[in-house]
Design a protein around this ligand. Structure first.
Ligand code: NAD
Length: 497
């Protein structure tokens, strides 16, 4: 029986009243498990009103009080992590260990947010002029909203709300309608951790809910993570409405394999980075650029590894689980068909995989293309599935040019033993997150996450110091006390005395 997934507003579960739903499936079995309520404008308005009411009280608490809520939330998530990971997998399809890992990466941002008293310390200048002191402080913005993708239903919401709420804002989360149950549990745990009602609200929905948040003038900032077309749309509409916006988009991450790289290690790295989470990661490596004579050695090592990937239901905890929906599976398989039509060599074909006992699940095996060319659509477009393309480059310059010319600039990596080459690559490549002999260079919580080019729009990255800047505005006070005030009006521009 499909259960109805509602909203979490003002500290309570609130039944969706729109009569509009989006089905939620268990990707491992193909069974429908839920009906996600799609909010009306009025329902979103109710969530915003609750968040707005909660704001002055929450903003007025001391940072240490807010940090203690975060510490408690962290304890609760840790105490429940196996159940949370199972819930995540049941709607997303990630294998259990990977689901758990993604929750832990989200929790690291909560740990970062536990340091908010330190992060919000302002600046102070004593005696900037005779008897005058000047100080700056960071103030929360008010009600802020986060719109998140299906592929990280725990981690990406925590990237956003942990920092936003620790800074003193109140938050509306609009999770993906494909896997909304885990974000709802996180909101319940935040309440249990001591966040007052209205501090974290979850509104489920589609374009109607998103547009309402983008336009509502009570919402001061929008953080978005999802595909590039929607990121561009969210960025321009919210910015036009006068809001602060950060909108992270899609990716096509290249890994350069130089001829001097350890080919076995490079192949192992590519397997984890290309096929982990069935390739449904914005930092997955989807293009291997084999430089010089690295190509044949690499493909020789990759092919058996791809054929041997253990694909299974999320509970079996193999190398990868199913894709998120039947629709997404069809899209990814469609790209593999397209690659064959475009003339790339399909070295490993995982399209026909079926699993006994799970015939209706959304599975496919890993696919490996060789001799992919840069004018092919399978090279240019994001596939977001277990499909790795090997592109051959004559030399380092041709390889880096490929990365630079690509529309997306989220992550990239180089495998080499040559420090000069690695340094030239890291310093010059037109990409926001770079790995040297590290295939998935996701910045830790105390650094900031964000790509370049069509992978991110807006001025600040996610979490870390950039997150604190995004969710706060600076106020600077110039202060003088009566003893130092001279009698009489001053008409000239004040200068330092
Ligand atoms: P998506 O763009 O389809 O959806 C993201 C969010 O936008 C969801 O909450 C969805 O409900 C909403 N949305 C969808 N269509 C909309 C519309 N027409 N108007 C307004 N809102 C709409 O993305 P997805 O399929 O859920 O997630 C996968 C994508 O996210 C991939 O492109 C991946 O690269 C990207 N991603 C990027 C990052 C990053 O940090 N750069 C991280 C994770 C995922």
């Amino acid at each position: 029986m499909a259960t109805q997934i509602n909203h979490f507003i003002g500290g309570k579960l609130v039944e969706g009243k729109s009569g509009r739903f989006s089905p939620v499936f268990n990707p491992s079995t193909g069974e429908q498990s839920g009906n996600c309520s799609l909010a009306t404008e009025a329902e979103v308005g109710e969530a915003v009103a609750n968040a707005q009411e909660a704001f002055p009280g929450w903003a007025g608490t001391s940072p240490i009080t807010r940090a203690r809520v975060m510490f408690k939330f962290k304890e609760l998530v840790e105490a429940n992590i196996d159940d949370l990971a199972a819930l995540l997998s049941s709607e997303h399809g990630k294998v259990h260990s990977d689901a758990k890992g993604s929750i832990i990466r989200g929790l690291e941002v909560v740990e970062f947010a536990c340091g908010i008293p330190h992060l919000l310390k302002g600046e102070f200048s004593d005696n900037v002029s005779s008897g005058i002191d000047m100080y700056s402080m960071r103030k929360p913005l008010g009600v802020v909203a986060g719109i998140t993708p299906f592929n990280f239903p725990a981690m990406v919401p925590m990237w956003m709300f942990a920092v936003a709420i620790a800074c003193g804002n109140t938050f509306i989360l609009k999770p993906s309608e494909k896997d909304p149950s885990l974000p709802m549990r996180l909101a319940e745990l935040m309440l249990e951790a001591g966040a007052p009602a209205g501090v974290l609200n979850v509104i489920n929905g589609d374009k109607v809910a998103v547009d309402t948040l983008l336009d509502d003038e009570r919402v001061k900032a929008i953080s978005f993570v999802g595909s590039t077309p929607i990121a561009k749309y969210v960025y321009s509409r919210a910015a036009a409405a006068g809001k602060r916006v950060q909108a992270m988009g899609g990716a096509k991450n290249h890994m350069l394999i130089m001829p001097d790289a350890d080919m076995d290690k490079a192949a192992d790295a590519l397997i984890g980075a290309g096929y982990g989470s069935a390739g449904e990661r914005c930092m997955a490596i989807s293009v291997a650029v084999a430089v010089g004579d690295a190509g044949d050695q690499l493909v020789e090592r990759l092919a058996p590894r791809v054929r041997n990937l253990k694909v299974g239901p999320s509970a079996a905890d193999g190398d990868m689980g199913p894709l998120v929906t039947a629709e997404h599976l069809a899209k990814v398989k469609g790209y593999v068909d397209l690659g064959v039509e475009e003339g790339a060599d399909l070295v490993v074909d995982g399209r026909d995989l079926t699993l006994q006992g799970y015939e209706n699940g959304y599975y496919m095996g890993g696919c490996l293309f060789d001799n992919v060319k840069t004018d092919m659509r399978i090279y240019k477009e994001e596939i977001f599935g277990p499909v790795l393309s090997v592109v051959r480059a004559d030399d380092f310059n041709q390889a880096i040019e490929m990365v630079d010319k690509h529309e997306f600039g989220n992550g990239t990596s180089i495998f080499t033993q040559n420090g000069d080459v690695a340094r030239a690559f890291s310093n010059n490549v037109e990409v926001g997150m770079v790995g040297v002999n590290v295939p998935i260079p996701v910045p830790l919580a105390f650094h900031s996450f964000g790509g370049w080019k069509a992978s991110a729009f807006g001025d600040h990255n996610q979490h870390g110091p950039e997150g604190v800047r995004f969710y706060t505005k600076v106020k600077t006070v110039t202060s003088r006390w009566p003893n130092s005030i001279k009698a009489g009006a001053e008409f000239v521009m004040p200068t330092h005395k």
